[in-house]
Design a protein. Structure first.
Length: 175
């Protein structure tokens, strides 16, 4: 699974290059390429465009995710060609603040519901409404599912209720 932040036209070109490389890899080796291989190929391609004359660099950051031996992996590429593996990260607007938020809140071993909640809490730091939130859950076996708006709204309501209860307790303690 791959997602990006940045110029959509650049993403289409880069994704086509990645698809072509995946097809070539399968044809040559009769096996699917690993997530790490695809991330490195994407980073190398982005980096090549920073050094060529007459072309401009790709204006996108990408996330690639998949499973290695049943464990989820997440890679990020930058327009400079830098490739990094993460447990949790953010790209796009205010990504530095969101990464700091994730660093303080993320713990190993979160279940799917706790991970979904953390993702929504993180996104609520930068979006005005849960209506602007789209989440896709990637599972082993090449299965992905889009989280429904109703499920996102339920989690947002839980978060809001907990914040309100914490503020109420804080006010009660200050009296």
């Amino acid at each position: 699974m791959m997602t990006f932040a940045g110029l959509q036209a650049d993403a289409r070109v880069l994704i086509d290059k990645v698809r072509h490389e995946c097809q070539g890899f399968r044809f040559q080796y009769e096996d699917q390429p690993s997530v790490e291989y695809i991330a490195r190929f994407t980073g190398e391609t982005q980096q090549k465009y920073t050094q060529r004359g007459g072309v401009r660099p790709f204006g996108i950051s990408c996330f690639m995710t998949g499973f290695v031996d049943g464990s989820p992996t997440l890679y990020q590429t930058e327009p400079s060609g830098a490739v990094g593996q993460w447990k949790a990260s953010a790209i796009g607007k205010k990504s530095k603040e969101l990464r700091e938020y994730l660093e303080s809140k993320y713990t190993d071993g979160l279940n799917q519901q706790a991970t979904l909640r953390l993702a929504i809490e993180t996104l609520l730091e930068v979006v005005e409404s849960e209506k602007n939130v789209e989440i896709c859950i990637v599972k082993a076996g090449n299965v992905s599912e889009m989280v429904s708006e109703a499920r996102v709204a339920t989690v947002v309501a839980e978060i809001a209720a907990e914040k309100e209860a914490a503020e109420e307790a804080k006010r009660g303690g200050n009296r």
